[in-house]
Design a protein around this ligand. Structure first.
Ligand code: ATP
Ligand code: MG
Length: 393
């Protein structure tokens, strides 16, 4: 039934001179998502609107599912498209649309016509009234409500006639690639994939780094992180995932630093290494899945101590969310099931029974001194282990 889609976008519409740039980026992201779908499509941009024409057979569900991953889209409107063969045919097409789309006719509606082609003989207001009449004639149970209709039936008169009434919500936000690039610290947990998605949604391209600690963490745990990256990549586009061997550093910290400070010191080295890779790869910030108070290493004092090693801004989009709110987003974006698979990440193995919750920066720095003979070479060696996995959907 639907041979075209109207794509609505919200925020990018207000970007003034940059609007062209944003629209073009959105078109590119739509094309990227459609490449995953069977069928032939044409994406067009006219007068502040984006249309997708379907040129072949296609799978409606698959297409809508993929469009729902394009950041910058606020709504996807599947449209019926017919040739302009006179006003009677137009009325007939709308009646037919209503009949097929709404088997149960007990609802209120309003027609909202837009005559983009000004030489069309019937004016918008007239189209509203006359098409409305035809619908009422055809279906006695149906009612008009011009103020709060259950269904708004849009009729657009362009070179062809378009009819739609359904708006499927997209992710919102801005097209990826319009706001630079950032480095996501991606673990196998629930929070960091959500954090990556939230920043990507604001138009930021994502690279990722994962610290593994073989043999303490398994190959399967690494695969899980790559799987999560692939799920995030549905929204963010291709992700360059850097896998860093962290075992040597972790063992050194374990051996030489107080055990209640293990996690904090480890987190500081993760941030340092992530930042080094970020700077090499033109990332303008770091992203983590931290949330205030969630665990000992995420008290506000711990976050301050972790943050102290970074010069790039650290984005923590989950910072004010409760765990359940983060879980809700992970379910929505489809990462939850993978996140809860039971493979150890390196943080869960080297954990102290009673980690500090209010670390003191000077004390932490003093204990990091215990590593000074070896740590610079270890950091360099860790950077040398960088295994790059290009993750695409
Ligand atoms: P998540 O669910 O994202 O794993 P978490 O609640 O388990 O988070 P932590 O393990 O303390 O919290 O990690 C806090 C953040 O540090 C994570 O959200 C992630 O951004 C980063 N991080 C933790 N472990 C790793 C790792 N092995 N590799 C890369 N980043 C990591
Ligand atoms: Mg974790």
């Amino acid at each position: 039934m639907f041979k075209a889609f109207l794509i609505k976008y919200a925020e990018i519409g207000v970007k003034g001179k940059n609007r062209d740039l944003f629209e073009e980026a959105l078109v590119q992201q739509i094309k990227y998502a459609l490449k995953r779908c069977e069928g032939e499509f044409k994406v067009r941009r006219t007068k502040g609107r984006i249309y997708i024409d379907v040129l072949s057979d296609y799978d409606y569900e698959e297409t809508v599912d993929n469009l729902k991953t394009v950041c910058g889209i606020s709504a996807i409107c599947p449209m019926v498209q017919t040739e302009d063969e006179g006003f009677d045919k137009l009325c007939g097409a709308v009646v037919d649309y209503v009949d097929r789309q709404y088997p149960d006719k007990r609802f209120t509606f309003k027609v909202n016509a837009r005559r983009a082609r000004k030489n069309y003989p019937v004016e918008s207001m007239e189209i509203n009234a006359l098409v409305g009449e035809k619908i009422l004639e055809a279906f006695p149970e149906i009612r008009v409500d011009v103020h709060h209709p259950d269904v708004m039936i849009y009729v657009e008169v362009r070179e062809k006639i378009y009819i739609y009434s359904i708006e499927i919500p997209g992710p919102g936000g801005m097209p990826v690639g319009t706001n630079g690039k950032a480095m996501l610290l991606l673990s196998g947990g629930i929070d960091s994939p959500v954090a990556g998605y939230m920043v990507a949604k604001r138009g930021v391209k994502i690279d990722a780094v994962y610290f593994h600690a073989p043999p303490y963490t398994s190959e399967r745990a690494k695969q899980k992180v790559a799987d999560l990256a692939r799920l995030v990549a549905r929204y963010s586009g291709p992700i360059y995932l850097h896998v860093i061997n962290f075992t040597e550093i972790q063992l050194a910290i374990y051996e030489k630093c107080p055990h209640d400070e293990l996690t904090i010191i480890m987190r500081r080295y993760m941030m340092r290494i992530a930042e080094a890779i970020a700077k090499k790869t033109d990332c303008l910030g770091l992203i983590t899945g931290e949330s205030i108070g969630q665990v000992a290493s995420q008290t506000i004092q711990s976050l301050a101590v972790t943050n102290e090693v970074c010069t790039l801004p650290v984005f923590r989009p989950c910072i004010g969310l409760d765990k359940q709110e983060i879980v809700d987003i992970s379910e929505k974006i489809g990462t939850y099931e993978t996140s809860v698979l039971p493979y150890e990440d390196c943080c869960t193995i080297f954990v102290a029974k009673h980690p500090v919750t209010k670390p003191n920066l000077n004390v932490i720095k003093r204990h990091e001194e215990n590593l000074k003979d070896c740590i610079d070479e270890m950091v360099q060696r860790a950077l040398d282990t960088d295994e790059l996995i290009v993750v695409e959907v």
